[in-house]
Design a protein around this ligand. Structure first.
Ligand code: TRP
Ligand code: ZN
Length: 459
């Protein structure tokens, strides 16, 4: 027995000089240092202590991953905060930092194919990040707590991880918050389902579980005071809606609408992909955008019907079927925007053709800037949320629909969400599916609408 142990220790030591370092990026053309190479995460277990008064956070991230190569060391994306300790499979691992890269060097080489657990203890005051277009993301303080918004790079501000959409994982998120000065507990809302809420004297722990794979930019934790409404869609999907009392008036219709939109979208796009749905309607009026955080989209104020349709449509397009790289963001935004057009068409408003025309002739308020670059080729990371990706992306889909006909078009949407459910996909796969389903050559159409500079002629 002893000999055997010695033998293992010895081969471990031999390996210590072998193995390669995992790459520091997933080599996304727009965000080269986002994500990391050499491993594939299956689960994050995040345990967070947060004090709203001081905006101080202490965290523990236990990451279960499988090595895709022999790993001498590997990286996690992590911005700000202090690393207090790190282990791999329970043994101390040496942490080093360089900008937004945290490198862990385990005591021995992790072998290709091995499943390992990396644990990082950290703490401090989390930061926000500013996109080049001025939008704020990351850990954001609100008037009664905080929220974490991750698109495209914000999640690294509050937990270390493989922060690229190509590596999806399941999550357990436990957040402990103190009672406030009046002795009232804060509410914590996150993705998936609440499994437990534990009151322990002067603090409370909320345990959330997201059992379907999620890209890390879709993870949300929101702390504050909320009115909670629970229900079910008529199709039976559990609903959990958290409304900041400051937004109560505008949010009155939201529960009925969530139910109606999910049932409608399930008919158009295929079965709802997650085990619950809802919304977080917070009071952060200056945020300037909403985010389709998985199962519960986040709104900084009460959403109008169109915005709610948009964020719920993302649960199919973006959240369940996630782009493999950020260049393909139109697979999120073009589709969610087209869902708005469809909703309007089917609810007594303009037809999708009329909306298409108002984008094409520039009379639609959201048509500003849609010809600036081709939707499937944003020139920089700061432009993945710009108008071409939304408006011209939706126009591309409308041209596909007119070319293949309604029957094939909706069959394509359903096949897309079915084939890539809970996975990743890219534009080439979408084009192939459209051609296969319709039996038509569509490369010219897609080239014109997705890849050519400037406004397409003759459409
Ligand atoms: N993806 C979000 C949506 O379509 C919008 C969004 C997220 C955004 N981050 C952004 C828009 C940054 C502009 C800038 O609902
Ligand atoms: Zn969107």
């Amino acid at each position: 027995m002893l000999l055997l142990v010695a033998g293992i220790a010895c081969s471990g030591a031999e390996h210590a000089s072998a193995g390669r370092a995992g790459a520091s990026g997933a080599w996304d053309a727009l965000f080269p240092t986002l994500g990391n190479g050499g491993y594939d995460v299956s689960h994050y277990n995040l345990t967070i202590d947060y004090i709203p008064d001081t905006n101080r956070l202490k965290g523990s991230a236990v990451i279960t991953a499988r090595a895709t190569q022999d790993l001498r060391r590997f990286n996690l994306d992590f911005a700000g905060l202090k690393v207090l300790a790190a282990t791999v499979n329970g043994a101390n691992a040496r942490p080093t930092r360089n900008k937004n890269e945290l490198t862990l060097t385990p005591a021995r080489v992790i072998e290709k194919g091995e499943t390992f657990k990396a644990a990082v203890e950290y703490g401090g005051t989390p930061r926000t990040l500013e996109d080049s277009d001025g939008a704020v993301e990351g850990w954001i303080e609100t008037d009664d707590g905080a929220t974490a918004l991750g698109e495209p790079t914000g999640s690294m501000t509050w937990f270390p991880g493989n922060h690229h959409p190509s590596d999806k994982a399941t999550y357990d998120i436990a957040v402990t918050v103190p009672n406030d000065a009046d002795g009232d507990p804060y509410d914590v809302v996150s993705n998936g389902e609440l499994t437990k809420r534990e009151n322990q004297g002067d603090h409370v722990t909320w345990r959330w579980n997201c059992r379907e794979p999620m890209a890390s930019y879709l993870v949300n934790v929101t702390v504050g005071y909320f009115d909670i409404t629970k229900g079910r869609t008529s199709g039976g999907v559990p609903i959990y809606i958290a409304v900041d009392p400051d937004e109560a008036e505008g949010a009155e219709e939201s529960e009925d609408l969530v139910s109606e939109v999910v049932d409608w979208a399930s008919r158009r796009f295929g079965p709802y992909p997650f085990s619950s749905v809802g919304a977080i309607i917070d009071h952060l009026p200056d945020l300037g955008y909403a985010l389709e955080t998985q199962t519960k989209p986040y709104f900084g104020s009460a959403p109008d019907e169109t915005l709610l349709v948009h964020e719920l449509a993302h649960q199919w397009f973006g959240n369940s079927v996630t782009p493999r790289t950020w260049k393909d963001m139109w697979l999120n935004e073009g589709f969610a925007t087209y869902a708005e057009w469809l909703w309007e068409e089917e609810n007594g408003g303009r037809t999708a053709r009329q909306t298409f025309e108002s984008f094409n002739n520039g009379t639609h308020p959201e048509s500003k800037g849609i010809w600036e670059f081709p939707p499937a080729d944003p020139p920089s990371g700061g432009q993945v949320s710009d108008p071409p990706v939304y408006g011209r992306g939706a126009m591309a889909l409308h041209r596909v629909r007119e070319t293949v006909g309604d029957e094939d078009f909706f069959a394509i949407l359903r096949a897309w969400t079915k084939q890539h459910r809970h996975g990743n996909a890219d534009t080439a796969e979408f084009i192939a599916l459209c051609e296969m389903t319709s039996g038509k050559k569509l490369s010219a159409l897609f080239n014109t609408w997705l890849y050519e500079e400037g406004k397409p002629k003759g459409d």
